[in-house]
Design a protein around this ligand. Structure first.
Ligand code: FAD
Ligand code: EGU
Length: 470
């Protein structure tokens, strides 16, 4: 149509997957003037009523915002998000303790997944050089010729040629299939024993049932619940439990007994009927961690988002990391003047260590949270982080601050965090040794030198000294 201006000299790019990262990538690539064609296996979610599965809302933080900002989407997405300035830790006894994320301006945003996905697709579609194809599922592609085969809406197969294929088709990527057949392609996936289930906390008297500008957390070691606010004054609560625990709860009474024991304060906020309805509506979903390397194949294909690195959600970084992938790729396209034979290898060289680092961090945090994070420990650790950061702001930066509020490369944040842990541990050790040495020095100094005889005599002298000082 007249809208689609043929850009002959510009590259033809196929984006596989019209999810969050595919949608954003289409904006980045279209902004650059490439001829972008998006292929999404599902129907156009802008026409659909609701989308099931996945998390209903997500935490958007600095990395994701910087990527959105680059394509002029930040303000629109932020205006539809709810700021969360602090965590609200719910203890077993129902006590709530806020822990700020940082200084005044440091907050994260709760954004609705469906709305974000719609906005990104609409923004991509607005470019004259983009075309969105829904109900198109990638079946396979040929690394030699670059020919892609899709299953179209009418059930027939369609071929498509592109100069560049950008695989943004999620954790179970079809684009990645061809990578698995190549030598020297590393791949690993790990399912964790926990599952997650989403429960909706309805408004109470027309307003939020809990304070809205917080990320609510019920840390219970093996069990954990997290609640993020929605624009419609509901909360989407994500319950994390081992699958075997989910399987033990088959009746309403067993459910209520479980919530009475672990999340008692939330029961009146859900309402018993809502809790029972939501809990038994859908089975718990699995969480997988995928790592692979490299993220490119020849000069033809690049993987981004969950297709390249699916992370467990225990750092709220999956989407943020995928959005940052788009930004890093764009920066490298500029650096190498869009020469794909240089850009693709450089992208893998730069980005793989960081995507692996956030994968490891999220898994580490999962293990940490499951092992020994209940509300007391969580509070203690976050206070310790904040106190040390307050007194030594440039020396001690909490790991979550580097991850959530800066674009420090993920793998550099890990190196720095390990160095800081060493400094803190040695610092505490030194403090301990110094105080022991000091005490010994004072003892020896103030005990008369001539003291001989048994420990008993020494002890008596100590008592006299102590008594005397009183
Ligand atoms: C419970 C939970 C909570 C989370 N919380 C957060 C959070 O707070 N913050 C955060 O940053 N991240 C969070 N995440 C991670 C985030 O959801 C993902 O990182 C993000 O959705 C990845 O986006 P993506 O576009 O790469 O993949 P997806 O969102 O999976 O999109 C892939 C798209 O490709 C399409 N597709 C798949 N196969 C094909 C095919 N063969 N052909 C064509 N299209 C195909 C799919 O239909 C889909 O639209 C969370 C994840 C979970 C599960
Ligand atoms: C929609 O489903 C989900 C599921 C999990 C998450 C999110 C949304 C958003 N998440 C965020 N995590 C951090 C973080 O850095 N850490 C270390 C934390 C990690 C855990 Cl597990 C936690 F409970 C609190 C914090 C915290 O610090 O508040 C943010 Cl900052 S946001 C986890």
């Amino acid at each position: 149509s007249s809208k689609k201006i043929k850009l002959t000299n510009k590259k033809k790019v196929a984006v596989v997957g019209g999810g969050l990262v595919g949608g954003l990538n289409a904006c980045f690539l279209a902004k650059r003037g490439f001829e972008v064609t998006v292929f999404e296996s599902r129907e156009d979610i802008r026409c659909a009523k609701t989308i099931k599965g996945k998390s209903i809302n997500l935490a958007l933080s600095h990395r994701g915002r910087q990527a959105l900002k680059h394509v002029g989407m930040e303000d629109k997405i932020v205006s539809n998000g709810i700021p969360m300035h602090a965590r609200m830790i719910h203890s077993v006894n129902g006590k709530c303790s806020p822990i700020p994320y940082g200084r005044k301006g440091q907050y994260i945003l709760s954004v609705g997944r469906a709305n974000l996905n719609k906005e990104l697709l609409t923004a991509a579609e607005a470019y004259p050089n983009t075309q969105l194809n829904f109900n198109h599922k990638l079946l396979d592609w040929n690394p030699e010729t670059g020919t892609m085969t899709f299953l179209g809406p009418d059930g027939t197969e369609k071929d498509f040629q592109a100069d560049l294929i950008v695989g943004c088709d999620g954790a179970f990527s079809a684009t990645r299939k061809q990578f698995l057949r190549r030598s020297r392609f590393d791949y690993s996936q790990t399912y964790i024993p926990h599952g997650y289930l989403e429960l909706t906390m309805p408004p109470r008297n027309g307003d939020f049932a809990m304070k809205p500008n917080f990320l609510h957390i019920w840390p219970r070691n093996t069990f954990m619940m997290i609640a993020l606010p929605n624009m419609d004054k509901t909360f989407t609560c994500t319950l994390f439990m081992p699958f075997e625990e989910f399987e033990k709860i088959t009746t309403g009474d067993e459910l209520m007994a479980h919530f009475q024991k672990y999340f008692q304060d939330s029961i009146p906020l859900f309402g018993v009927d809502v809790l029972k309805r939501d809990f038994f509506q859908l089975p718990a979903q699995a969480m997988v961690s995928v790592k692979c390397s490299p993220h490119h194949l020849n000069e033809k294909c690049i993987l981004m988002g969950d297709a390249a690195h699916a992370v467990v959600p225990f750092y709220g970084q999956g989407m943020n990391a995928g959005f940052e992938d788009c930004l890093v790729f764009d920066e490298i396209l500029d650096q190498f003047n869009e020469d794909l034979s240089a850009v693709l290898p450089e992208y893998s060289r730069v980005r793989v260590p960081d995507d692996h680092a956030i994968c490891d961090l999220a898994m580490y945090n999962y293990i940490e949270m499951r092992a020994h994070v209940n509300s007391r420990y969580f509070l203690f650790r976050k206070y310790l982080d904040n106190v040390l950061h307050f007194f030594m702001p440039r020396t001690i930066i909490p790991l979550y601050t580097m991850v959530t509020f800066t674009r420090t490369r993920y793998h550099e944040a890990v190196i720095r965090w390990k160095w800081q842990n060493k400094v803190i541990t040695q610092g505490l050790l030194l403090l301990g040794t110094m105080s022991a040495a000091g005490a010994t020095y004072l003892l020896v100094k103030y005990i008369p030198q001539k003291s001989t005889g048994s420990v008993e005599q020494l002890w008596n002298k100590l008592l006299t000294l102590k008594w005397f000082q009183k």
